[in-house]
Design a protein around this ligand. Structure first.
Ligand code: DAH
Length: 338
């Protein structure tokens, strides 16, 4: 409803700006106030078609608009007549209201991505901006997934040719940050990743990830758990329970799948956590010695941890959205809620 008023008001202001004499003034008056076909008169007639409960507000707003239009027109008639008589044209009306500009805002996923980066900056991690078009080596080989490794199947890949592909995860931050570096290394990479997945409520061929790598002397699973716990608490903005289950990823050993206590039911069991009280959220582990060695890091001296997580997935949980497609359709009614 308020759109109608705003559109009418703005249209009216625009038309007023074109008034130069009594004749153009009359055209504007008729356009809005003529008994037959005037825009405001016509809108008033719509009052009867509205549901009863909307009528009082609509009527009130319409009357306000009518008063505004009549007032402006009255003033403009004097000015237009004077302008015509003097032959100098219309003076500049510095009191004319401006037109509001619709302001945009960052997309919720992009905002969350920036928030995540800030959490890591606060913990002393470096942010790596890495290529989405990646080589087979950095996406797979250097992460202990040689050609024909079965783990590659889990990540249906878009290939350009034999050696170039769209990255399937952000884990390439491990070799990219370790090669040629002297630990300590603490880095993250966030951004788009691509997989040949169908587009449905829980899958998309393009989504967002954040991957984390930390390597130095004496890092243990305890450091992984501690860092992860702080991170999860900051990203969800509340105390979250966390548990690690054994999980397999070729580039970590031991590897873990990490669950958080269901943030919807507090662990009692609900449809979102399928009654278990836990929600799987990310993969993690201690970096495999082979991965360290392949990137030139002495695995006898250094150890490290890594984890990787879907940013869209966190957004779904954090904002209680039940369909990932909403993040890609860019319907303003959805986006304006953030
Ligand atoms: N790259 C994995 C994926 O996309 C997620 C992952 C698992 C990343 C374990 C890690 C890790 O860094 O340690 O499914």
């Amino acid at each position: 409803m308020s759109d109608t008023f705003e559109e009418l008001r703005q249209g009216f202001e625009r038309d007023c700006a074109a008034i130069t004499d009594a004749e153009s003034w009359k055209a504007v008056r008729d356009k809005y106030l003529a008994r037959e076909g005037g825009a405001i008169t016509a809108a008033m007639k719509r009052l009867r078609t509205l549901p009863k409960e909307e009528r009082p507000l609509f009527g009130q707003k319409m009357n306000e608009l009518r008063t505004l239009v009549e007032g402006r027109l009255e003033g403009l008639l004097q000015t237009a007549k004077a302008a015509e008589a003097s032959g100098r044209g219309m003076p500049l009306d510095v009191t004319r209201p401006g037109f509001p500009l619709a302001s945009g805002s960052a997309h919720p996923i992009k905002r969350l991505q920036a928030e995540i980066e800030q959490i890591f900056v606060g913990m002393g991690f470096q942010i790596r901006n890495l290529p989405e078009i990646e080589t087979d080596y950095y996406n797979f080989e250097a992460l202990n997934m040689p050609r024909n490794h079965p783990a590659r199947d889990a990540q249906d890949t878009f290939y350009f040719d034999d050696t170039v592909l769209l990255r399937t995860h952000c884990s390439s931050v491990q070799p990219h940050s370790l090669e040629g570096a002297t630990p300590p290394v603490r880095a993250i990479s966030t951004g788009k990743v691509y997989r040949r997945d169908p587009f449905d409520a829980t899958h998309s061929p393009m989504f967002y990830q954040v991957d984390v790598v930390a390597v130095e002397k004496g890092l243990t699973m305890g450091d992984l758990k501690g860092t992860l716990g702080v991170f999860l608490q900051r990203v969800f903005g509340r105390e979250v329970k966390m548990r690690l289950r054994p999980g397999f990823f070729p580039f970590v050993e031991p590897g873990a799948e990490v669950d958080i206590g269901c943030i919807f039911c507090g662990g009692k069991g609900c449809p979102t956590c399928k009654g278990s009280g836990w929600i799987e959220i990310l993969g993690a582990g201690m970096i495999h010695p082979k991965v360290l060695r392949m990137s030139g890091v002495d695995d006898g001296v250094y150890s490290g941890f890594a984890w990787g997580m879907g940013i869209d997935r966190v957004a779904i949980l954090k904002y209680g959205v039940d369909d990932i497609r909403l993040f890609f359709e860019n319907d303003l009614r959805f986006l304006q809620q953030f």
